[in-house]
Structures are given as structure tokens and as C-alpha cells.
Design a protein around this ligand. Structure first.
Ligand code: BTN
Length: 248
């Protein structure tokens, strides 16, 4: 993947900058939009992503694969795995994935988040923007954030690495995960299951308003998530219907 790093300094959102480049036709596959701070950093589910200046990583990768593009859930998993492995290469230990792609430490505190988006996806010219934010140097977080869930940073985990190094590690792991998504999606799913700790015990899966419970039998991009229920039945849920997933 050819890489161009476009440095914005302080900007609204690196993902917004990536979409602006796509809209004006200047974007290439592999472009990375990077900021030192974001004034309108976006998180999943319409949340804000706190993005002050000071050494944390805010980056968005433009992906323009040939048609038919990527399986959307597979892409989400691949980007999560890439970020997780990149953070491990940078020195992070005992990290895991929380569905769909938060990177958390051993205590469940969030270290990094991923937001994969596309706008008006055209089947003959697929495009995606994979944004990721990593807490690197921060040791204090806004109260609204920590009230929601525990949060951590590489520094709090005792890892000394700057945003440039972390970005390099993540990009090279991301590239490998995207290659695996195309070449061997079932191996990617197995890696995801392992790194998200889903094989360990019973799972609770949120499908719309319904909460399903069972032990994981299979995770397949085409078939979905298959659980063995307490009654011994196999229950398959399409992955795009899984809004939350956790071990119980
Ligand atoms: C999440 O909610 O966990 C996803 C957070 C994604 C944040 C990153 S920071 C770089 C990119 N630009 C944004 O506005 N959001 C993503």
C-alpha cells in the first residue's frame, strides 16, 4: 500500500479531512490523515472523541479497494486487529479487543477506538475511511469520559512510545490484517475470536432489543455468529445485527 501522510495539525476531524479529499477527488488508497488535535473528533454511535493536543494519536486511513470492496463487519474486525497488534508492537501488553473493535487493557480500560465509515457507498467504486484514536501520553481524562467507562493510555500502562512510532506500527499491522481479510477471512475471524476472548465462555449478544445467550460455536463473515444455547440449539445471528457482544 502506498502511503501518503497528510498532516493537518489541529483540525476538525481527520476522518472529515479524509472525506473532504475523497469528495474533491484528490484521495488515494493508503492516504493517512493525521492531526495533533481535533476540535470535532467523532466516536462510534454519535459520541464525541476527546482529542486534545499533547501527543495522542488521531489518524484516518483512506481505503479504495477494487470492487466489490470489503465485507463491512470483516473490515471493522480487521482494523481492530491491526490497531491491537500495532499497539502490541509498540510495547503494549495484555491488550484485548472489545466488540466491535475497542482496544482495552487487562482491566477493561479503553486504550484505543476505531470508527470505520463510508458515505454513499458505490458498489463499483468502494471507499472507506478507517479512523483510529489512541491514548498515548494522556494521564488525565474528562470526567464525562471516565464516568462512562474506565480509560487508559500507553503512558499509564508504562509504555514509552510517541505517536509517530505507534502510527507506523499500526499501519503495518493494519495492512497485514486487510490482506488477510481478502486472502483468508476465516483465519481473520479466528484471530478476532481469540483476541476478543470470545472462545472462553458463554456470551451475551445484543440483537436489536433481544438479548441472546450461548457459547460461541462459530464466527463467519457470511454465516454470522452461531451460538449454542442453554437448550443445546444452534442460534445464528447475522453479524450486522450484533450491536453488543460480551462474555458473561
Ligand atoms: C470510538 O468511539 O471508539 C471510535 C473513536 C475513533 C476516533 C478517531 S480519532 C481519528 C478519527 N477522527 C475522528 O473524528 N474519529 C476517529
Amino acid at each position: 500500500m502506498d502511503r501518503r501522510v497528510i498532516r493537518h495539525g489541529v483540525t476538525d476531524s481527520t476522518s472529515e479531512r479524509a472525506f473532504a479529499a475523497l469528495a474533491e477527488g484528490s484521495a488515494s488508497h493508503g492516504d493517512v490523515h493525521l492531526a495533533t488535535a481535533q476540535t470535532r473528533g467523532r466516536g462510534r454511535l454519535g459520541r464525541e472523541w476527546s482529542s486534545p493536543e499533547g501527543g495522542d494519536l488521531y489518524a484516518s486511513l483512506v481505503l479504495l479497494p477494487p470492487p466489490p470492496g470489503y465485507d463491512p463487519v470483516g473490515l471493522t474486525m480487521a482494523v481492530g486487529l491491526g490497531v491491537l497488534r500495532g499497539l502490541e508492537s509498540a510495547g503494549g501488553e495484555e491488550l484485548t479487543l472489545k466488540w466491535p473493535n475497542d482496544v482495552v487493557d487487562a482491566a477493561g480500560a479503553k486504550l484505543a477506538g476505531v470508527l470505520v465509515e463510508s458515505r454513499g457507498l458505490q458498489p463499483d467504486a468502494p471507499h472507506y475511511v478507517a479512523g483510529f484514536g489512541v491514548n498515548i501520553t494522556r494521564t488525565e481524562f474528562p470526567a464525562e469520559l471516565t464516568a462512562e467507562r474506565p480509560v487508559t493510555s500507553l503512558r499509564l500502562l508504562g509504555v514509552t512510545a510517541d505517536a509517530e512510532r505507534v502510527l507506523e506500527e499500526i499501519l503495518s499491522e493494519l495492512e497485514a490484517a486487510l490482506t488477510q481479510l481478502i486472502a483468508n477471512p476465516s483465519a481473520l475471524c479466528s484471530a478476532f475470536v481469540r483476541r476478543a476472548g470470545l472462545f472462553n465462555g458463554p456470551l451475551e449478544v445484543q440483537r436489536g432489543r433481544e438479548l441472546c445467550r450461548g457459547r460461541l460455536l462459530e464466527l463467519d463473515l457470511e454465516v454470522g455468529l452461531t451460538l449454542e444455547t442453554a437448550e443445546g440449539a444452534a442460534l445464528t445471528i447475522p453479524l450486522e445485527h450484533v450491536s453488543a457482544l460480551r462474555q458473561v
